[in-house]
Design a protein around this ligand. Sequence first.
Ligand code: MG
Length: 408
Amino acid sequence: MHVTAIIAAAGSGSRVGSATPKQMLDIGGGSMLQHSVNAFLQHPRISDVIVVMPAGSPAPMPAADPARVPPLRIVAGGERRQDSVANAFDAVGPSSDVVLIHDAARPFVTAGLIDRTIDAAMTHGAAIAALQSRDTVKRVERRADGAVIVDTIPRESVYLAQTPQGFRREVLAAAVAAGRSGIAATDEAFLAERAGYQVHVVDGDAGNVKITTAEDLEAARRRMGRPAASAGLPRIGTGYDLHRLVDGRPLVVGGVVVASDRGALAHSDGDVACHAATDAILGAASLGDIGRHFPDTDPRWKDADSLDLLRETARLVRDAGFEVVNLDVTVILERPKIKDMIQRMCARLADALGIDAARVSVKGKTNEGVDAVGRGEAIASHAVALLAPSTLATATADPRASRLESTS
Ligand code: MG
């Protein structure tokens, strides 16, 4: 049996409150999308995987079991979720017997739930994972004098739809056609119903949560054992970088061009201060290192302005729930002296980080003529960064907030 999995990852996820699409946010051990994709890539009954991404976004590189990798394709999403799934369905081959559709925002889907959905879809034509409501369900109308209950629905008959949703290929073809004929739907099960099919329900999984809000994101990170920003503690990180100095290259330090006949040999502009700062900040947030986020094999970062890497790093840690409290950088360079440029370097680094220049320090050292740096063959830099959870950083920046905290 050939089973195709479609992972819907084309939404903007604005309710999480991040500029990054929520499915790309790291929850520990990778993004939501990566976890969702891996659940299907690593499932023995999945034959191929199609990921629907926002049009124009960089393709994800899911790390799968190298021993068994079903083919993975990327398809551009459409305006609505149903348009995205329709685009993906166009890429499903004629040999597919069953097609599963799964939300990238449900990274905790289990192999057992995937199995149940495949089996029921094969037997009945259409099946979705759903959870019986544990709460009493009221139908409510909003009126001029407030919200009023108009009906109480027996909870035994109320199920909350999850994904995966599974269909025999011809059933999904009819559902997609119903959608294209003008029916609007928030899931494919509804379109299959409207196309005249009975959709069966398999027992969903309470752990198969959809990550929708910032609170859901924090809970997912705690579940993955990732140091959560809400732990409330500041975090420290260190960074180090060194580049060889060669003739005929510009020397850029802390985003400032230093007049010199020699410059750093590098894929990027070779700005050691920016690179050490980037590693210090990533390290403080346990987000890996500069090589993971900005690999020198990626042509996007060739001759990159390292201030842009630092700016992107600040965004990454903000998305992870942190603010940079301060950054302290030491630059080790035999000549020329950088003393007169330090203020400008602090301003450039602070601007990239989106913080006040008073929170950034740059210090110049020589190596007293000792070793390669001392002989002028290389430039090196050390950096230390302190991060605080965003809420704490906001509270300490606002004197009224810190007063409230200290009296409670
Ligand atoms: Mg470097």
